[in-house]
Design a protein around this ligand. Structure first.
Ligand code: GDD
Ligand code: MG
Length: 361
């Protein structure tokens, strides 16, 4: 089987992290987001993944080479010269997605995290005889997403409304689809939205089906949701393979620590923390609800909560970093600094406190 991952877009809502790498390469739970997806696709027998891309293709291509070999899966790039939206890229990659057979292919948004129940998706898709299946999930704030109204019993989609202004329902498009090749006949090679232009027409033909996604789901394309997603992911890891989580008297709740990271004496880490490769956490540090990326150095008695610390940054002694502070790559925070929601661009030195949420350029 084949799969296409929509990796275009500038990832502006995840800046400053996406100033260093394209959104799919931002680490989530110590692994680039897109790798979580590629690994899960491989598990259900996908042999080729097409990355539909229109931004920073060189970085993506370099990254791909390494993982093609490691994962034994073919990864190619389909490069747009202008952004083609969420459907146009399928038309562009048509030749890579179909091989004359009727075999369906996967399409994924690159920023959605879940247990990727692809096997269940395949089973359901084969059972209903429609052209396309989308996975849906219940959320509290449906207006940020594509809302799906479906027949409870059969899963047949009656209506698909992208980002509705008025309440239509609380089941939303999870950004995970299985499509028959015939769907490609509905898409022209031009900027097109699959949500606004393609799904509504398949639904009108009674050939669009939806399946409620089992397990957790989150679109992690925004910092707040990224941190919530990390909690959900670690919860699920606890249930599925708890041996991957850290244990010890200094650990509270679910914590992921890369084997090459070191943690000093008297720290208290967790819940909901990921510490990446090569990180040095000195003694007496307190970490909760945060993601600490590769090569970060956290000095003695620093305290970090609800924040993301970008690659190779340093946090000084007694510093207090909280409330959705996002440090870009290679940011250096001096001793005793307080950051309340600072969004700090890469390669900055922070020598005075950030008292309210703001962007530091
Ligand atoms: N190749 C390519 N070209 N990819 C694109 C383009 C483009 O022009 N525009 C967007 N994408 C990719 C994004 O990188 C992302 O992976 C995916 O398409 C969806 O775009 P987002 O910008 O993340 O959309 P959204 O989060 O507002 O809404 C989408 O996702 C929701 C679930 O998270 C929609 O699909 C909603 O219906 C859905 O509920
Ligand atoms: Mg998104």
């Amino acid at each position: 089987m084949k799969a296409l991952i929509l990796v275009g877009g500038f990832g502006t809502r995840l800046r400053p992290l996406t100033l260093s790498v394209p959104k799919p390469l931002v680490c989530f739970a110590n692994k680039p987001m897109v790798l979580h997806q590629i690994e899960a696709l491989k598990e259900v027998g996908v042999t080729e993944v097409v990355l539909a891309i229109n931004y920073q293709p060189e970085i993506m291509l370099n990254f791909l080479k390494e993982f093609e070999d490691k994962l034994h899966i073919k990864i190619t790039c389909s490069r747009e010269s202008e952004p083609l939206g969420t459907a146009g890229p399928l038309a562009l990659a048509r030749a890579s997605l179909v091989d004359g057979s009727d075999e369906p292919f996967f399409v994924l948004n690159s920023d959605v995290i879940s247990e990727y129940p692809f096997a269940e998706l395949i089973k359901f898709h084969k059972s209903h005889g429609g052209e396309a299946t989308i996975m849906v999930t219940k959320v509290d704030e449906p207006s940020k997403y594509g809302v799906v109204v479906m027949e409870e019993k059969t899963g047949k989609v009656e209506k698909f409304v992208e980002k509705p202004k008025m309440f239509v329902g609380n089941k939303v498009n999870a950004g995970i689809y299985l499509l028959n090749p015939s769907v490609l006949d509905r898409i022209e090679l031009k900027p097109t939205s699959i949500e606004k232009e393609i799904f509504p027409t398949i639904a009108a033909d009674h050939k669009l089906y939806a399946m409620v996604l089992p397990g957790f789901w989150m679109d992690i394309g925004q910092p707040k949701d990224y941190i919530i997603g990390l909690r959900l992911y670690l919860d699920s890891l606890r249930k599925k393979s708890s041996l991957k989580l850290a244990v010890g008297s200094n650990i509270v709740g679910n914590v992921l620590v890369h084997e090459s990271a070191t943690i000093g004496e008297g720290c208290l880490i967790g819940p909901d923390v990921a510490i990446g490769p090569g990180c040095v956490v000195e003694s007496g540090v307190r970490l909760s609800s945060c993601s600490v990326m590769k090569g970060v150095h956290i000095k003695k008695h620093a305290c970090i909560s609800s924040s993301i610390i970008g690659w190779h940054s340093t946090v000084g002694r007694w510093a207090r970093i909280e409330n959705m502070t996002i440090l870009g790559e290679d940011v250096h925070v001096s001793d005793e600094i307080y950051s309340n929601g600072g969004i700090v661009l890469p390669h900055k030195e922070i020598k005075s406190s950030i008292l309210k949420p703001e962007i530091v350029m």
